[in-house]
Design a protein around this ligand. Structure first.
Ligand SMILES: [Zn+2]
Length: 165
């Protein structure tokens, strides 16, 4: 049997690897003036979906990174339920995305920065682990938290700078 400590370390390295991909997606959102949030859905060792926040670009309040990644992954896998998938996202999912994650039966959610203002995976509420719902995800928060929050803070400070406030 594998040493549980070694197994835990390799899981952490794996989580960080996929989170870096989500950070790359997020950076592209910022290029278009959107709050930099990126998401990646992994099934097995393959990326099934990617998304970056595009609410400003598309003028669509539902165009969050997780929603776009879920849509792509469902299209790619041919089924809207993904019980073996892990969703990586740079910011704690909001209530809308957490609801969609439950509907998609995602197995595990890994996020970077906590969102005390809108987070629905532990901050304001926990939709993905609500025992009253018929599906619960396992979750890990705080993976590459530093990088994820620095990216968000840099975006908002540039925004404030350009508005002269
Ligand atoms: Zn959301």
């Amino acid at each position: 049997m594998a040493d549980p400590e070694v197994q835990k370390n390799s899981e952490l390295l794996n989580d960080e690897r996929w989170m870096r991909l989500a950070l790359e997606e997020a950076a592209q959102a910022a290029d278009h003036g959107d709050v930099p949030v990126g998401a990646v859905i992994v099934i097995g060792e393959c990326v099934a979906g990617r998304g970056r926040n595009q609410t400003e670009r598309r003028q669509d309040p539902t165009a969050h990174a997780e929603m776009l990644a879920l849509r792509q992954a469902a299209r790619v896998s041919g089924y809207y339920r993904m019980p073996s998938a892990t969703l990586y996202v740079t910011l704690e999912p909001c209530a809308m995305c957490a609801g969609a994650i439950v509907l998609a039966r995602i197995k595990r959610v890994v996020f970077g920065a906590w969102d005390p203002k809108a987070g629905a995976c532990g901050s304001l509420r926990n939709v993905i682990q609500d025992h009253r719902l018929n599906h619960r995800c396992s979750q890990t928060g705080g993976i590459l938290q530093q990088e994820c929050s620095v990216q968000l803070k840099a975006f908002f400070s540039t925004l404030r700078g350009s508005r002269g406030t």
